[in-house]
Write a protein of this length. Structure first.
Lengths: 596, 318
């Protein structure tokens, strides 16, 4: 019913019978948000309106220095090698993608002349190709023109296995060809409803062909410009010291009018998050500090009468507890947590539901995340149109105890539940990180109240997230009963986020534990929904499929969402950054300015 | 003498080889992965992380990796950082001047405080001055630098707003630039220098006290020499022998940087390079920094021994 109405309305907008503002208003009336309404219009074939840009300065430059503090300094400046977000942020100071994600999760053209849509012929109905028109007259910092050849080259560069590019996944499964000097066409092997991955955002940054052509493949490391970027951005490169400092100066030939506002830019690295927050909020030595994962209590104290404040950007990052569906203590063919086994305790859905009832998300939010977290029952928390309204969570020791009683786990003499002479004992692992250890403590307390014995384990992050096949403590080997960490959502689309739990992706010894489905959960309905969504070109049906995926995960208690985490930054009271929960912090750097 | 030095150098080679082997094995056995940050990024398929490991040789057996490293090192190739893909020697040379400036100044400060205070305290043992100097020395070396560092930041940056607590290399030259460089180095140099000065004062004082009681000092006094001349020319000259050794052994630390203090003040020195490389499992950088440090320790031990013989002719080289 709703579906048909919506489709009718989209057609009305397309044919001009209804203006888009009225459409958005109606959508808000039925409980959707404005960005979602816009997204629906865009995929429904109506050109997407970019969010109004609050950029105020009326001339280029004159803004003095902009001082950024990244408590982990960028270590390299080639976007295709960027291992962590810090490197992506650093590279983004000098390189630009075709488009970036704005505050509301819309595409904002940077090097593209316009955002591809069905109207302008950029998108095809079968979702198998995208045509990008490039902005004319864009120059690299060394004066050479930016053309379609550069764009095609970046695809060649990233997909060459000898280059060892981190971005190779972003550019696989497609071919990129030049149509003319200012037009490129991406052809996908399979229908790709979410087409805005290649050449967009962090791994979409484009490096110049004329400086890197010789260094494609195995010589990639030797390129002198790995350390001296020549890009198209508002700031030209001045100096770089890995892990410590990046310095840039204004690009007087920048391709957007009145931009940038600042004359110089500096990104300083090192130290820790608390003192970074202090340098921005309390002493004002710096204008902006990134990723302030500090307890809210500390931030509130710093903010009292300080020179800055904290900013929050809503994305889809989710901190959660995953449940192991296989047995970590039985070895089958030299493999623990083998898909051929069943977890002796947790394969019972009642026990899993009981665990979910014992995670007190409100207390975790109050005690740890504060303004930087939102409680949720969903694994998928954005963008709006993909968020399920069918789920709910609660914290109740009584209900959990009742469920455990039903499942046959009766309290023993020492208060710990047992069944057939076996104790209800769980190993709960996570990476070493202040908030995570505190969450562990809160969860353990509730588990114990319900008669579950919990052993806590924390592993150094560089080991926990390692792909070292020989190491038993990695999250993907999952030699524990439950484990907790965060999976970020790097783009406003759930495809990659949800595909992870497809049964073909189960982590096994055979795939060297590279399978992304680490809970080793297998569900035919989920597989079918993910497969269908992967090629579904109807945006509304596609969103429904992902909501279904989320709901299946919720019904089956595959993961217990602990916190929908927001990105926290510290910012001077006068600087107006352009941030988005769907992009890196520096992704819209051209729009930053200072209020005077 | 030259034979002695030559022999010592020859002995140094196997010990350095041994050190490098131990370092390498410990680093290789330490679990972890320089590419762990990629793990949760849904944009990067897990195969990419595994391909990078294979490409950088992290999946090879340890003995093979060690041999590769040794052969390359012998040819002057220090390898490249897994994290920044920059040559290791470039990284180290980039960081060295800052460490030399900050840690060097702090050592100098420590000497400038320790020698006069230690000497003066030793000439008047158990006087008020000596008691005060002792008390401060005890306080000084019982307070760790991470504590004094944060205390200084709270007092001088946050409360008084006099000094910046983030150390950055400012571009430019001229007097204004020099003043800025000094201003931002004040706190870290103080923190490190005072800590060093505290223990060194105690050392100078006891070295002086050992000598000041000897008969030849009494003789010098009996000859009618003035107090200043006795202390400076007769006592200090001999008392300084162990102090010189101590200083010589401190010099490798000047090159090695100060891990904690550099981290607190964000000083881009060798110490912060080392700690961030350790945290990132960046083996080639950790290996190079620690190995250079080991070489310096061996070298300055030798220098200290040679100096000892030169200062005290009673010691002969055999």
């Amino acid at each position: 019913m709703f579906d048909n109405n919506l489709r009718g309305m989209i057609d009305d907008v397309k044919d001009g019978r209804m203006d888009r503002r009225a459409f958005v208003k109606r959508m808000i009336a039925v409980g959707l948000t404005a960005p979602m309404a816009n997204q629906i219009l865009a995929i429904g074939g109506v050109a997407m309106a970019q969010s109004p840009n609050p950029y105020k300065p009326t001339k280029r430059g004159g803004g003095g220095p902009l001082k950024l503090l990244w408590w982990q300094g960028p270590t390299l400046l080639n976007p295709h090698f960027a291992t962590g977000t810090k490197d992506q942020d650093g590279s983004r100071l000098f390189y630009e993608p075709l488009a970036s994600w704005d505050v509301d999760g819309h595409l904002n053209p940077i090097l593209a002349a316009e955002i591809p849509s069905i109207q302008n012929g950029g998108l095809s109905a079968d979702a198998k190709s995208v045509v990008w028109k490039l902005k004319p007259g864009v120059k690299w910092h060394d004066g050479k023109p930016f053309t379609a050849d550069d764009v095609v080259f970046n695809w060649e560069y990233a997909t060459d296995p000898a280059t060892a590019a981190v971005s190779s996944g972003t550019y696989s499964g497609m071919t990129v060809e030049k149509v003319d000097d200012l037009t490129v066409r991406i052809k996908f092997k399979d229908p790709t409803p979410f087409w805005a991955n290649a050449f967009v955002g962090a791994y979409g940054c484009i490096i110049p062909k004329h400086l890197f052509a010789e260094y494609k493949g195995s010589k990639s490391r030797e390129a002198p410009n790995n350390l001296k970027p020549v890009g198209t951005s508002p700031y030209k490169f001045v100096e770089f010291k890995p892990g410590d400092l990046i310095r840039g100066e204004i690009n007087q030939d920048y391709h957007m009018p009145n931009r940038p506002y600042f004359d110089t830019i500096e990104m300083k690295g090192g130290g820790d998050a608390v003192s970074a927050a202090r340098a921005v909020i309390q002493t004002g030595e710096y204008d902006f500090a990134w990723n302030i994962q500090v307890e809210d209590e500390v931030l509130l104290r710093l903010e009292k009468g300080g020179k800055g404040k904290t900013l929050y950007a809503v994305g889809g990052d989710i901190e959660f507890i995953a449940i192991n569906f296989t047995d970590p203590n039985t070895e089958v063919d030299g493999e623990r947590s083998s898909i051929k086994t069943k977890h002796p305790i947790l394969s019972d859905p009642k026990v899993r539901q009981a665990l979910a009832l014992l995670v007190d998300r409100e207390s975790v939010k109050k005690a740890i995340y504060g303004r930087a977290g939102r409680t949720t029952a969903n694994y998928l928390n954005g963008p709006e149109e993909f968020v399920s309204k069918n789920t709910k969570w609660e914290f109740s020791v009584e209900k959990a105890s009742a469920l455990l009683d039903q499942a046959g786990w009766k309290p023993g003499s020492d208060g710990i539940r047992e069944k057939d002479g076996k104790k209800l004992k769980l190993l709960y692992q996570t990476s070493i990180n202040g908030p995570r250890q505190k969450t562990q403590a809160i969860v353990k307390q509730a588990f114990q109240k319900a008669g579950i014995d919990v052993e806590l384990k924390s592993v150094v992050a560089s080991v926990f997230f390692s792909s070292d096949v020989a190491n038993p403590d990695t999250y993907s080997k999952f030699y524990a009963d439950i484990e907790m960490f965060q999976i970020p959502m790097t783009q406003p689309d759930p495809a990659l986020h949800m595909r992870r739990y497809h049964s073909r992706n189960v982590a096994t010894k055979e795939n060297k534990w590279q399978g992304s489905n680490f809970p080793r959960w297998v569900n035919k309905d989920f597989d079918a929904a993910v497969d269908a969504a992967d090629t579904e070109t109807d945006p509304i049906k596609r969103a429904d499929l992902y909501i279904k995926c989320n709901d299946l995960m919720w019904q089956d208690t595959v993961v217990i969402p602990v916190m929908h985490r927001l990105a926290v930054e510290a910012c001077s009271n006068t600087v107006r950054p352009a941030l988005s929960g769907w992009a890196n912090q520096t992704d819209n750097l051209q729009d930053w300015y200072r209020e005077t | 003498m030259s034979q002695y030095i030559l022999r010592r150098l020859m002995i140094a080679i196997p010990s350095l080889l041994g050190i490098s082997l131990v370092l390498f094995v410990v680093l290789a056995l330490a679990p972890g992965d320089p590419f762990s940050e990629l793990a949760t990024n849904p944009n990067v398929p897990p195969e990419v992380q595994a391909a990078l490991r294979a490409k950088f040789g992290l999946d090879d057996p340890i003995y093979l990796r060690y041999l590769h490293w040794l052969v390359a090192m012998a040819q002057g190739d220090w390898g490249f950082s897994f994290v920044s893909r920059v040559d290791v020697d470039t990284l180290i040379l980039q960081r060295l001047p800052t460490t030399l400036y900050v840690v060097g100044s702090s050592q100098l400060l420590a000497l400038l405080i320790a020698i006069p205070v230690g000497v003066f305290a030793a000439t008047r043992p158990y006087s008020i001055f000596d008691q005060l100097a002792n008390t401060f020395a005890f306080i000084g070396f019982s307070l760790p630098t991470f504590f004094t560092g944060i205390l200084f930041i709270l007092v001088f940056s946050v409360k008084l707003d006099w000094l910046p607590f983030v150390y950055t290399e400012v571009p430019g030259s001229g007097i204004k630039w020099a003043l800025e460089m000094i201003r931002q180095a004040i706190m870290p140099v103080m923190v490190l220098g005072l800590f060093q000065a505290a223990s060194m004062t105690r050392f100078v004082r006891s070295a002086m006290l050992d000598v000041i009681r000897l008969d030849y000092v009494t003789t010098a006094r009996a000859k009618g020499l003035g107090q200043a001349k006795v202390i400076v020319k007769h006592v200090m000259r001999n008392a300084m022998i162990p102090v010189v050794t101590l200083i010589a052994l401190q010099i490798p630390a000047v090159f090695g940087g100060a891990i904690v203090t550099e981290q607190i003040f964000r000083i881009p020195g060798i110490g912060s390079l080392l700690i961030s490389s350790i945290l990132a499992n960046d083996t080639p950088v950790v290996m190079a920094v620690t190995f250079v440090f080991a070489c310096l320790v061996v070298l300055f031990n030798l220098i200290a021994d040679v100096l000892y013989g030169w200062l005290d002719p009673r010691i002969s080289f055999r």
